[in-house]
Design a protein around this ligand. Structure first.
Ligand SMILES: Cc1cc2nc3c(=O)[nH]c(=O)nc-3n(C[C@H](O)[C@H](O)[C@H](O)COP(=O)(O)OP(=O)(O)OC[C@H]3O[C@@H](n4cnc5c(N)ncnc54)[C@H](O)[C@@H]3O)c2cc1C
Length: 377
């Protein structure tokens, strides 16, 4: 069907830009509004699981992301003293691609522009009307067939039309930074488990490593920026002290984990996407997969009919149950990772190793990602 339809997208993050590309592929004209003076992502790296890569392949950027970043070989879980709990191969079984966030955003923005999406920076969205008008801070009103609120956790679009049922910064969070730290031979993601904290070492190249350090928001030393090298080394003596020293000098950021559950996913011609729709603690690492998969399903429904409102309602019916399942399990894993009392958390690690439970734990994680993958096809 030959149609001429226009979409306005709020937010040029991972989800807004990828949604813009998918809409362009379906023949829509698209304008993306980014409040910042430039399209950019601050901070560290990201590990893109298979379901996220599936969508990024679909818009034609998957191979460039792998060339710019790294396709990991394997992952390992270790105790804080360095004892290996479990190892599992990734290559040939599933996929985790790591890349610096600024590189990812740059690639997406370049490709979206090449595909004909208009990206306007320094353009803040303050509201969206269900009849199909995006409202900018300047007072400008922009009519469209579809409005997408991909404006992140704090989403002005979601708040303005009153779709938020639950929006929460959790009592746990993570500090993140990139350091020069060599990765030789195999590219292996290593996650160290302490009582209520985790440290993940994620290779980005042979020379650079993305490190995340998670724990309770009430731990003043744990949330401190610059990173407190002594505090983290005392918790994780199995990791080279020099790594923490370098981290304490690196440009780092700390964020509490987010969680969002909207009342409804759309209203009239307005739909939510990405963290604005379904922000989740990154304990399964599936925030990107969820956001991208849902955006792909939305665009697929819109292809079926000219009735935007009906398509968005069908989209929610189809995509919401799996989304909420992944969110529930992410919250459960958050509690298991950070909220068990000390002795129980040591027991947790031991039980997972002795019974081969860790394999089940990581197989379950892969299962969630696979479910998102299947649904996106
Ligand atoms: C600690 C942590 C680690 C994570 N690790 C992973 C991981 O390894 N793998 C993974 O898949 N996911 C991970 N995630 C989740 C992932 O980062 C998010 O799901 C993803 O970045 C969301 O992208 P987005 O485009 O929806 O939102 P955002 O990245 O928040 O982008 C929103 C954009 O909208 C702009 N904006 C906001 N308000 C307005 C406005 N009013 N007008 C115009 N523009 C506006 C913002 O400036 C921004 O550019 C992690 C999350 C956290 C907190």
């Amino acid at each position: 069907m030959e149609r001429s339809r226009h979409a306005e997208v709020a937010g040029a993050g991972i989800c807004g830009l990828t949604t813009a590309m998918m809409l362009r592929m379906g023949g829509w004209t698209v304008t993306v509004h980014e409040q910042s003076p430039a399209v950019r992502e601050i901070g560290a790296g990201i590990a893109l699981h298979r379901a996220a890569m599936d969508v990024l392949d679909h818009v034609g950027v998957g191979s460039t992301i792998i060339e710019t970043g790294l396709d990991l070989d394997a992952s390992q879980a270790l105790l804080a003293d360095g004892e290996v709990l479990a190892s599992r191969p990734l290559a040939g079984v599933t996929q985790q691609v790591t890349i610096k966030r600024p590189d990812l955003i740059r690639l997406l923005a370049e490709n979206a522009a090449d595909m004909g999406a208009e990206i306007i920076t320094g353009s803040k969205v303050v509201g969206a009307e269900p009849s199909g008008v995006l409202v900018l801070e300047t007072g400008e009103r922009r009519p469209a067939d579809l409005l997408v609120g991909a404006d992140g956790f704090h989403s002005a679009v979601r708040e303005e039309i009153g779709l938020t049922a639950r929006k929460q910064l959790r009592s746990n969070g993570a500090s993140r930074a990139i350091v020069e730290w060599p990765n030789h031979r195999e590219m292996v993601l290593r996650e160290y488990w302490g009582a209520t904290n985790r440290v993940g070492l994620v290779p980005l190249s042979t020379e650079e490593t993305y490190v995340y350090m998670s724990g309770r928001e009430s731990q003043a030393y744990g949330t401190a920026i610059p990173i407190d090298a002594r505090y983290w080394y005392n918790l994780f003596p199995g990791i080279d002290e020099e790594l923490f020293r370098r981290l304490s000098q690196a440009e780092a950021r700390h964020d509490p984990y987010p969680y969002v559950r909207p009342e409804k996913w759309s209203m009239g011609r307005v739909a939510l996407a990405g963290d604005a729709l379904c922000a989740v603690p990154p304990t399964l690492g599936l925030g990107g997969s969820l956001g991208l998969r849902n955006a792909r399903l939305m665009v697929a429904e819109l292809e079926e009919t000219d009735d935007v409102t009906a398509a968005l309602e069908r989209w929610e019916e189809r995509a919401r149950p799996e989304t909420e399942r992944v969110q529930r399990w992410s919250l459960f894993r958050e509690r298991m990772s950070h909220n068990l009392p000390g002795p129980l958390s040591i027991l947790r690690a031991r039980i997972l190793t002795r019974s081969g439970g860790f394999r089940g734990w990581s197989r379950a994680g892969r299962g969630f990602d696979e479910a998102l993958l299947t649904a996106s096809r």
